[in-house]
Design a protein around this ligand. Structure first.
Ligand SMILES: C[S@@+](CC[C@H](N)C(=O)[O-])C[C@H]1O[C@@H](n2cnc3c(N)ncnc32)[C@H](O)[C@@H]1O
Length: 317
């Protein structure tokens, strides 16, 4: 079935529950392989997802690591089939945790992509500020995005995702370019370390989903790795974050989730987006950084005390 929504400008947005190339968004409630098998070869400019991590979240049954990797391989095979030669695949993962020891999932998944000839372009570190407070190891504050391309001729729109330069007016001070701006006028490359707040309870995008993408994370990938009108597919779409980021930038989106409630929330979020009422943390909004109260660090008449004082002085100038 295809429902027709309208945005505040009166444009029609077709939202289907099975794959249909004339839809703008496809939200399939069921197993991801059932959706992926409906999608023709070489359709997607980007397949981006955060798969289940097999850590016992409410939506997943914990299985052996080998079974998990076999399941992931089937999805990855389909993802490769539906990706255009100039397209990309981004797999966002964290750690599998077993009796307090961590196993980084990207290390286990990389050989699967490699076996199928995909080319890793970046292993992006997504750094965020909130999470569980560990007691017997350092608290985990990053996950990764493995960005693969199918060929060497791939879409990469760097200008669309440049970020402000620290010193935008810096100029060459000698040589033939003396006096000209030394940085790119549109900003700098955002690098492979991305600091984007994760979706915890006080984040404006929070829904009931326990492991939601922030919209900004997917926006950057979509802007850099696809062109307007291109298809973005998320095999594990949850509450529809990938579809929201795609619609914001005039791309089409398809995704599946086995939990009907998540698909229903995804549809509600899309309706709010089209009405201009969805709360989204704006792309590039600066992150609040608390400053440390150094008074507690002081010890009297020690070398350390001297340096703490020096540092406080440096912060105040
Ligand atoms: C990490 S979450 C993805 C969240 C998503 N990025 C978002 O922003 O909402 C993984 C999702 O995969 C779904 N899932 C797990 N197994 C699935 C399967 N076999 N087919 C489709 N969806 C599945 C879960 O219900 C969960 O919502």
């Amino acid at each position: 079935m295809v429902e027709v929504y309208r945005d505040i400008f009166g444009n029609e947005i077709k939202v289907g529950d099975e794959f249909d190339p004339t839809s703008d968004v496809v939200l399939y409630n069921g197993d991801t392989l059932e959706l992926l098998r409906q999608i023709p070869d070489s359709l997607a400019e980007l397949v981006v997802t955060s798969p289940p991590y097999n850590i016992g979240k409410p939506y997943e049954k914990k299985i052996s690591l080998n079974d998990y990797l076999q399941q992931q391989e089937k999805v990855i095979e389909e993802a490769i089939r539906i990706t255009k030669p100039e397209g990309s695949i981004c797999w966002q993962v964290g750690n599998y945790v077993e009796n307090g020891r961590i196993i980084p999932l990207d290390i286990l998944l990389f050989p699967i992509f490699d076996k199928y000839g995909l080319k890793l372009r970046n292993r992006i570190v997504w750094h965020f500020g909130h999470g569980l407070h560990a007691r017997k190891r350092f608290s985990g504050r990053y996950e990764v995005i493995l960005w693969f391309t199918k060929t060497d001729n791939y879409i990469f729109n760097l200008d669309a995702v440049r970020v402000p330069q620290k010193y935008p007016n810096k100029k060459y001070y000698k040589g033939p370019k003396k006096g000209l701006l030394s940085g790119h006028p549109l900003g700098k490359n955002p690098s492979d370390v991305w600091e984007i707040p994760n979706v915890k309870s006080n984040h404006p995008e929070k829904t009931i989903h326990p492991a939601q993408f922030p919209v900004e994370l997917v926006e950057r990938l979509i802007l850099a790795l696809t062109n307007k009108g291109g298809w973005v597919v998320d095999p594990f779409i949850g509450v529809g974050t990938t579809a929201i980021a795609a619609l914001l930038h005039n791309r089409k989106a398809a995704g599946a989730d086995i939990v009907k409630e998540y698909i229903d929330i995804a549809k509600e979020r899309i309706k709010l987006l089209l009405e201009g009422k969805l709360k989204i943390r704006p792309m590039g909004k600066p992150i609040y950084t608390p400053t440390r109260n150094r008074d507690n660090d002081r010890e009297s008449n020690t070398l350390f005390d001297l340096y703490v004082k020096e540092e406080s002085h440096a912060e105040s100038i």
